[in-house]
Design a protein around this ligand. Structure first.
Ligand SMILES: Nc1nc2c(ncn2[C@@H]2O[C@H](COP(=O)(O)OP(=O)(O)OP(=O)(O)O)[C@@H](O)[C@H]2O)c(=O)[nH]1
Length: 391
């Protein structure tokens, strides 16, 4: 299925937003002229062997967790440009565990100045006293340079640890870091804590939360999903960056980890099947869709928004009888997303650091409500034929 109607071009987003990743040593010559300076920067810090490089490789380079056992220790800062999709664009800087701020070569103004989020990785399987001291010093230094940094603590390698011990470690680390920072007179700093492991989906979930905070259009994306869902009889929907399986937005109902895992698995399955049955390198495109019926009356429905973004919906089987309505609403939703993207591009070009125009967002939401509102006025049959014309 492809959307070749004039209103719904096959690939809604400009071609140049291909996935490119390179590090300091292997600069991709075909990479687009990078707007690295305006891209938010995510710093990965923590003690040696805490798991920083593994996280980056597993989430952004599809390395399997077992392969990380053979990763060599990082000896210099590795910068990685992530251009996965229209909304997932940032730089990750992986720091060697032994780096010391006292070193004269450490230019803290430059490093923390353009930083959006600082992810501090703590190995939960190890004695973390030293890690907490390093964390305190890092936060004090970084906050002095840039008070807008989002501080994210990954309590990492929690695989094989009982739920009780995980909660106990989180409580203890939270308490001690808060005490340390209040002692330093920094009790206003907000810290976020995540229990993570590369051996399950927790690392993707945690990174999703980190990335979402850097997407200034997040409230608009959430509002669009909040409009789309009740109008389509859907219980929950995630907007995924397909390459990394990071979800860049979801509706405002609570996230159930199991539901997120099912959606991730579905994306993996669709990518695998697409590559088996297609001769093209990137078989996953704006025409891809997939449906899975679970044995508990639930349906998982995946629709491709463009080459890089997919919407995965969870709904009750009886509500899927109105597939015509869902498909029609999806097309309205997809159209709205591409407009959000265009506005984002425009505002980045005009003034990279300027906040986006909220009025534009409200207009978009109003248009979507109006477009979907029309679906209530028509019966299912006429909706079906209308949607089929569109698809
Ligand atoms: N059990 C478990 N092991 C992990 C996890 N993440 C990373 N590791 C292991 O931890 C070890 C160190 O990982 P690295 O990613 O090299 O650590 P690093 O923080 O980048 O280390 P430096 O480069 O020395 O700063 C590797 O053997 C990984 O396989 C995890 O979630 N669970």
């Amino acid at each position: 299925m492809s959307y070749e109607d004039d209103d719904y071009p096959v690939d809604t987003f400009p071609k140049e937003y291909e996935y490119t990743a390179y590090d300091q040593d292997g600069l991709d010559v075909n990479a687009l002229p990078s707007n690295s300076e305006t891209k938010p920067r995510i710093l990965l810090m923590g003690l040696r062997r805490s798991g920083k490089s593994s996280i980056q490789k597993v989430v952004f380079h599809k390395m399997s967790p077992n392969e990380t056992l053979f990763l060599e220790s990082t000896s210099k800062i590795v910068k990685d440009d992530i251009n996965n999709s229209s909304f997932v664009q940032f730089q990750i800087w992986d720091f060697p565990g032994q780096i010391d701020f006292i070193e004269p070569t450490f230019d803290s103004d430059m490093i923390f100045g353009g930083c959006g989020a600082l992810v501090f990785v703590i190995d939960a399987k190890d004695d973390y006293n030293e890690a907490l001291t390093k964390f305190k010093n890092t936060v004090i230094k970084a906050y002095k340079v840039n008070p807008n940094i989002k501080f994210e603590v990954f309590i990492h390698k929690v695989d094989g640890i009982s739920d009780d011990s995980k909660m106990e470690s989180q409580r203890d680390i939270h308490q001690r870091t808060s005490d340390d920072l209040s002692e330093a007179g920094l009790n206003k700093i907000h810290l976020s804590f995540h229990l993570t492991s590369i051996y399950d989906h927790s690392i993707f979930e945690a990174f999703s939360k980190v990335v979402q905070k850097l997407i200034s259009q997040l409230p608009t994306l959430e509002n669009l999903l909040n409009i789309f869902i009740p109008n389509s009889g859907i219980e929950k929907a995630f907007l995924f960056d397909v390459v990394s399986k990071i979800y860049i937005a979801t509706d405002s109902s609570p996230v159930d980890m199991q539901a997120y895992e099912l959606c991730c698995d579905m994306i993996d399955m669709v990518i695998d099947l697409s590559s088996i049955y297609s001769s093209e390198e990137t078989a996953f495109d704006s025409g891809s869709s997939s449906l899975i019926k679970l044995n508990n009356n639930t349906i998982l429905y995946l629709r491709e928004v463009n080459k890089f973004l997919a919407l995965v919906c969870i709904l009750r089987e009886e509500n899927f009888n109105r597939q015509g309505v869902i498909d029609y609403n999806f097309i309205c939703f997809r159209d709205a997303i591409s407009q959000v993207f265009e506005l984002r591009m425009k505002s980045q070009k005009l003034a990279p650091l300027q906040e986006h125009n909220e009025q534009d967002d409200h207009d978009l939401e109003d248009n979507l409500v109006m477009a979907m509102g029309r679906t209530h006025l028509e019966d299912d049959n006429s909706m079906m034929s209308r949607t089929q014309k569109l698809t």
